[in-house]
Design a binder for this molecule. Structure first.
Ligand code: PRE
Length: 295
């Protein structure tokens, strides 16, 4: 079983994969590099688009991508890819993100700071207060930034504690994100034509399930969104997230990404989604899956 994640080694996506596997195979050693956990192997991808492409074309069987962060909000490219690709979400996991400033050099020598755009954005205050004159450069992932920072002493990376160890860098400052509590939610997906196959899955008796959908209203008219939300409210279905994303057709035209509590095997969810479908231009089902433990 090959799991596609953002690489190289040391990324938060890798951490998320380990955490998810430990939940799916409780009691087994959650090592993604060993023979345990029914042999999962990580396939490190350069960017989020590649996770989706390798899932579609192989060799990846399961894709894991970040979707939202508690400080910075949605990961736009993931939302776009969820619309474009034929994938089904089978799980989610929430990871605590503690960014560190890593370098080979000393704090006073740092001229260039590298990180994934999410990493830079989550540490905006720290950067403004401590490195006003430094050049900020974006990389494909936080671990890619750490790998690059090994090359020059004037470079530093915003990345995880694990990356410091992996790439032999010093932790100059730890916990530099703008808020102490910083969490990123990751989605775990399979190809939709494989969704009924035997991917690793654990049925939880005690867990809330979530269903994710994308809707496109087609025609802007008063009360259109209100009508859709009414289908859920009337049935007392709790929405855990609603996010708009440009349709990219014209300015001011949006898609809505909705997460709700419940699963499509529940009649009430089936009925609500059926009714919503009749009111919108497009509805895409992304899947029903066990919600992660509250953080
Ligand atoms: O760069 C990484 O290490 C990632 O796994 C990506 C990512 C993201 O895109 O949100 C994951 C968690 C953090 O929020 C910062 C970066």
């Amino acid at each position: 079983m090959m799991i596609g994640v953002l690489g190289p080694k040391g990324s938060y996506s890798e951490k998320a994969a380990g955490q998810w596997l430990a939940e799916i195979f409780p009691g087994e050693t959650a090592s993604i590099h060993s023979e345990s956990c029914r042999d999962p192997v990580l396939h490190y991808c350069d960017d989020i688009q590649d996770v989706f492409s390798f899932l579609r074309e192989g060799p990846v069987d399961i894709g894991l991508v970040p979707v939202e962060n508690s400080i910075e909000g949605s990961v736009g490219v993931t939302l776009d890819m969820l619309l474009e690709h034929d994938v089904t979400i089978i799980g989610e996991t929430v990871v605590a993100i503690e960014h560190c400033l890593l370098s080979k050099g000393r704090k006073e020598d740092i001229r260039i700071i590298l990180s994934h755009p999410q990493g830079l954005a989550q540490c905006r205050h720290f950067l403004k207060e401590n490195f006003r004159g430094a050049e900020l450069r974006t990389t494909g992932s936080t671990s890619h930034a750490a790998k690059l920072a090994t090359e020059f002493e004037e470079m530093a990376a915003i990345a995880s504690r694990e990356s410091a160890q992996t790439y032999g860098l010093n932790i100059l400052v730890s916990n530099i994100q703008d808020r102490k509590h910083n969490h990123t939610r990751f989605l775990i997906m399979v190809r939709s034509d494989e969704a009924s196959a035997g991917y690793p899955y654990r049925s939880y008796e005690d867990r809330t399930y979530k269903t994710s959908i994308i809707v496109y209203l087609d025609r802007d008219r008063p009360g259109a969104l209100y009508e859709i939300l009414g289908e859920f409210a009337r049935r007392k279905i709790n929405l855990t997230r609603i996010e708009s994303r440009p349709s990219k057709k014209t300015l001011g035209d949006y898609l809505f990404y909705i997460d709700l509590e419940g699963r499509t095997s529940d009649d009430i969810i089936k009925e609500a989604i059926y009714n919503v479908e009749s009111k919108v231009g497009m509805l895409k089902m992304l899947g029903s899956y066990p919600a992660s433990e509250p953080v």
